[in-house]
Ligand binder design. Structure first.
Ligand SMILES: Nc1ncnc2c1ncn2[C@@H]1O[C@H](COP(=O)(O)OP(=O)(O)OP(=O)(O)O)[C@@H](O)[C@H]1O
Length: 254
């Protein structure tokens, strides 16, 4: 069993007269500290799978285990990074980062110190008293990452966190986020429409097909690419070759 195990998960959405089979027989093992991406055609069930892993919806069939234990609903040990950052506009950056410990009434000197370190690591140490609307989209996403990491999650779920950013900011942020996640040995799952991003960030890529969403393939990203930063990997010939392989298979499903 992996650190995170998805076991024979299927999911149906029921409407008044009908139902949609969103996922069928999905099984996955994710190793501790690894980075896995989920890609597939629109409507193949990526968000449904992520919501099941998050414990937000119960699958119709199958189970999810985190550290060999059945996943609890509303699990506080799971962190999120979403397309929208959901920072509180009336709180400054430091207060936004401390929101989780604040809700848990657990603001200690140690936590404050950790918040400072995280803000320095993400390059926002100097602006910790600014407010979210004074920051760019990329900076706001960095704050959102710090806010998640301060709660020490066991698993980080990333749902298209870079898709609203311009290309240059996105590449920079991929580099920064991946460095931090590696440092904290965070187990991470990314849902994305961007094959290049999936290749540049991940160790493995799960390709889903649609109607119903099933696993079409699981690609191991070539070592040469995993060892490079997301920016450098895009310059590598191995990247272009691997991109073609994944692209062709994705195209054959659409
Ligand atoms: N609440 C719901 N009720 C009924 N059907 C739903 C519901 N949510 C999703 N579906 C259906 O389940 C299938 C999978 O949807 P899901 O949003 O998980 O796919 P996705 O891969 O994330 O899509 P996209 O790439 O467009 O974001 C689709 O056919 C969708 O129409």
């Amino acid at each position: 069993m992996g650190y995170l195990t998805v076991e024979k998960v299927s999911h149906l959405y029921f409407t008044e007269k009908n139902f949609t089979k969103a996922l069928e027989d999905i099984s996955l093992d994710v190793k501790k500290g690894s980075f896995v991406s989920i890609i597939g055609p629109s409507g193949c069930g990526k968000t449904t799978l992520l919501s099941i892993i998050a414990g937000l919806i119960n699958p119709t069939q199958g189970n999810v285990f985190l550290e060999q234990k059945p996943l609890e609903r509303q699990n506080s040990s799971i962190g999120y990074m979403l397309q929208q950052d959901y920072l509180f506009p009336w709180k400054n950056i430091m207060e936004n980062v401390l929101i989780g410990p604040h809700i848990q009434k657990n603001i200690t000197n140690e936590i404050r110190q950790k918040a400072k370190e995280l803000l320095n690591e993400i390059g926002i140490g100097q602006t910790k008293e600014s407010y979210p609307d004074q920051l760019s989209g990329g900076m706001r996403q960095r704050v959102a990452l710090a806010r998640t990491l301060i709660t020490d999650p066991k698993l980080l779920l990333l749902d298209e966190p870079f898709s609203a950013l311009d290309y240059q900011t996105k590449l920079k942020l991929e580099n920064l986020v991946l460095n931090i996640l590696k440092k904290y040995q965070m187990t991470s799952i990314l849902v994305t429409h961007d094959i290049g991003e999936a290749i540049a960030m991940s160790e493995s890529i799960v390709l889903l097909n649609s109607n119903p969403g099933r696993i079409a393939n699981v690609f191991d990203v070539p070592e040469e690419i995993v060892e490079l930063s997301p920016f450098d990997s895009r310059q590598s010939p191995v990247y272009s070759e691997f991109f073609q392989t994944v692209w062709k298979e994705l195209e054959s499903l659409e």
